[in-house]
Each structure stands twice: as structure tokens, then as C-alpha cells.
Write a protein that binds this ligand. Structure first.
Ligand SMILES: [Mg+2]
Length: 171
């Protein structure tokens, strides 16, 4: 079946995602995109706000896990500094590695979520794997290529908003 990359939730940034809200959704494993989601592309080490957010997730018994398409040592450095596990070169939007990861961890798709800034990689990957998919606004859109890509994602962000409005009207 064709999976449309419409997020289950859209937030302005990761800090709007409260650990308690994840717990209420039944999520115990949170796969996190790194670049432009957790931090800027060229950030060398996590700042205090990010560290605190990660600690709050752990305290709420939600496992934070870096799931990045990046090459090189950056994901490993961030994961080490934050005390979380990671996978780089994840190959999103392909979801094979994600499915293998869930099997290896014994994690159920309904208890897993992915958060990321890109609709055609992070969100599509999550939809293909049958997990909850949470989109954030990219931290930095100053690069013209990234702004164009963000523009190309807008139909799916708007589709989410339409759905959310309909749900609100029904409630
Ligand atoms: Mg990203």
C-alpha cells in the first residue's frame, strides 16, 4: 500500500515534545533525526537545552535513540555526549534498518516514534515502518536548497493541518 508521508504530529521544535505526552501516546522508544532536528548541521557538541531534554526523556522511561542518515563521526559524538545509542547511515526513507532495529530491541511499532525535520526522509521512513511520525520545523532554513526542499514538503504539512482541524471540529 502506498504510504503518504503525512505526519501524525507537527511541532515547531523538539522542545515542544514533552516526555509525558510521549508516555501518554504509549511511546517508549523515540528515534531522533540529528541534523536540523536535534541541532544545526555543523554543531560540534550538544548544548545544555538538548542535554536537559534528553535527560527528561530518560527520566520518563522513553529511550532516546539517534537515527541519522549522516556519515562520519558526528552522530557517534553526539550520541556519546548524550549517553544514547545511535545508528548513522540509516538510509532513510528506506525502513529496512528501522524494522531490523525494532526486532533487535523487541520494540513494538505502536510503542515507537520517529521525530525529524524532513518529510521525504524521516516522516516517510516512519510511515513505512508503521510507527508514529512527528515532524518539526528545520532548525536552520538559511540554506537555499533546504528552503526549496521545505517548500516541496508543504503539501504534506498542510494535509496534517487539515486533518488536525477536522479532528478538532469533531471533538
Ligand atoms: Mg534532518
Amino acid at each position: 500500500m502506498l504510504k503518504l508521508p503525512i505526519p501524525d504530529l507537527i511541532l515547531n521544535n523538539i522542545y515542544e515534545l514533552k516526555p509525558e505526552a510521549l508516555r501518554d501516546m504509549g511511546v517508549t522508544l523515540l528515534l531522533m533525526d540529528l541534523d536540523n532536528t536535534l541541532d544545526k548541521y555543523h554543531a560540534l557538541a550538544p548544548g545544555i537545552a538538548l542535554r536537559n531534554w534528553i535527560d527528561a526523556l530518560k527520566k520518563a522511561a522513553v529511550e532516546p535513540f539517534i537515527y541519522s542518515n549522516s556519515h562520519g563521526r558526528r552522530a557517534g559524538r553526539f550520541a556519546g555526549a548524550l549517553g544514547v545509542a545511535y545508528i548513522n547511515r540509516a538510509g532513510k526513507p528506506d525502513s529496512k534498518r528501522l524494522a531490523a532495529l525494532l526486532r533487535a530491541k523487541g520494540a513494538a511499532p505502536e510503542n515507537t516514534a520517529i521525530i525529524g525535520d524532513q518529510i521525504y526522509t524521516d516522516i516517510l521512513c516512519g510511515k513505512r515502518a508503521g510507527i508514529k511520525a512527528i515532524a518539526v520545523r528545520p532548525i536552520d532554513l538559511s540554506n537555499p536548497f533546504r528552503r526549496l526542499r521545505y517548500g516541496a514538503e508543504l503539501p504534506f504539512r498542510l494535509a496534517y493541518k487539515r486533518r488536525a482541524n477536522i479532528k478538532e471540529k469533531k471533538a
